[in-house]
Design a protein around this ligand. Structure first.
Ligand code: AMP
Length: 390
């Protein structure tokens, strides 16, 4: 009994290692209580004091100590690592050993910016903390996509040889939010058909039947699907050849244009949604068009997912834009009344339209519940980590 009490008070450290950054959060999975969080940036960049991820962990330790959190005295339960790409191998969180690290590394061709950074972060953390380490994959929740949804219409041997298929991303968030929606509605997740819209800097939509993902908007990489802050989302695949042949761009340049210079930024000059909204209000035509394209693409996916699911119980908004932009939520619902989808203006705009708690924003008695449900990827990773080491 005492042991169990002890166990549930012990925190999990959640690490999210990017190529030049390390985000961390120290929290208790059962209560959600966060005792520390932060981000170390510019790792390995010229002029930075932080040479690599091992140095970043030392910086983290020192920063925490300065804030009164002595990691040597904290009874750490485990470390949970966010890993972007689990490829075809990982459909569940996994306890990390040397073989797992090697497999994550071998998936680097599928996520050249993300997986090598995750491996570096994991290796540094394993050397630093003698507790169980768990990898939680951004793709895992979408391993349930049926073959007709996950397969591109490419030559089968080419696709199979190189593991080319739709994987989907933001899975930790889609899973967490769909479960939190079931709690909000007081119904088992198994009974609910949901469309979850994760709208942040990166944006993705998913169709979830009874808690199981059956469609999602991202694909082999996190570039497919919705319009995002700096990513184009869907374009004609012929665009790549056009840009190479007619414009003379290299593969790397095309990659940079589509990932870093497109989306809201490419259309309007800004990728921050707050600034975009201000420009729309000031009468900026480019910003207006960017907003309209964003909503148009969103409508496109919601329409498709209504058809795939047949019956939808809830449409759920989450992440920075989804939780804070009443304008986007109202714009999506506009004109969809005939499909049973509407938002109540007072509910949608409550608290300035910014939600830190889950809430229903559709009118009472609506055939489709429209809700805002804050995501919390760190808590989701901490819980999955704790479940695995329990
Ligand atoms: P995330 O990636 O989930 O952190 O979301 C980042 C996005 O959320 C950025 O485009 C922000 O501009 C947007 N965002 C944050 N707060 C607000 C707000 N109050 N209104 C509109 N967009 C917001």
């Amino acid at each position: 009994m005492n042991d169990r009490l002890d166990q549930t008070a012990r925190p999990v450290l959640v690490l999210n290692a990017g190529s030049s950054s390390l985000k961390y959060q120290l929290l208790v999975p059962e209560s959600g209580e966060v005792s520390a969080s932060g981000v170390i940036e510019r790792i390995g960049e010229p002029g930075s004091d932080v040479a690599d991820h091992a140095a970043a962990l030392r910086t983290m330790r020192a920063t925490l100590a300065a804030d009164g959190v002595d990691l040597d005295a904290v009874p750490l339960r485990a470390v949970g690592h966010r890993v972007v790409h689990g490829g075809p191998d990982f459909s569940e969180p996994v306890l990390i050993d040397d073989a797992v690290v090697a497999r994550i590394e071998s998936l680097s061709p599928l996520a050249p910016l993300h997986n090598p950074a995750a491996v570096t972060g994991i290796e540094a953390a394993r050397a630093h903390f003698a507790v169980p380490h768990v990898a939680v994959f951004d793709t895992a929740f979408f391993s349930t996509l049926p073959p007709e949804a996950s397969t591109y219409a490419l030559p089968r041997d080419l696709a199979e040889q190189h593991s080319i298929r739709r994987y989907g991303f933001h899975g930790t968030s889609h899973r967490f939010v769909s479960q939190a929606t079931a709690e909000l509605l007081g119904r088992p997740v198994e009974e609910l058909n949901q469309i979850v819209l994760h709208l942040g800097n990166g944006c993705s939509a998913s169709a979830i039947r009874g808690g199981v993902a059956i469609e999602t908007s991202m694909g082999l990489t996190p570039l497919q699907g919705l319009v995002m802050g700096t990513r184009s989302g869907d374009v004609d695949p012929g665009l790549h050849a056009f840009l190479a042949r007619q414009v003379g761009l290299s593969i790397d340049e095309i990659d940079t244009v589509l990932n870093k210079k497109s989306g809201l930024l490419g259309l309007s000059g800004v990728n921050d949604f707050r600034e975009l909204a201000q420009r729309v209000d000031a009468g900026d035509e480019g910003a207006r068009l960017a907003f309209d394209i964003f909503v148009h693409r969103l409508t496109h996916y919601v329409g498709a997912y209504l058809a795939h699911l047949g019956r939808v119980d809830a449409i759920v908004f989450t992440a920075g834009v989804g939780q804070n932009s009443a304008r986007v939520r109202a714009a999506l619902a506009e004109g969809l009344e005939g499909l049973g989808i509407s938002v109540d203006p007072d509910r949608n705009e409550a608290g300035g339209g910014c939600f830190s708690h889950a809430a229903v924003i559709s009118p009472d008695g609506s055939p489709v519940v429209v809700a805002v449900v804050p995501t919390n990827e760190e808590l989701a990773i901490a819980r999955q980590t704790a479940d695995l080491v329990r």
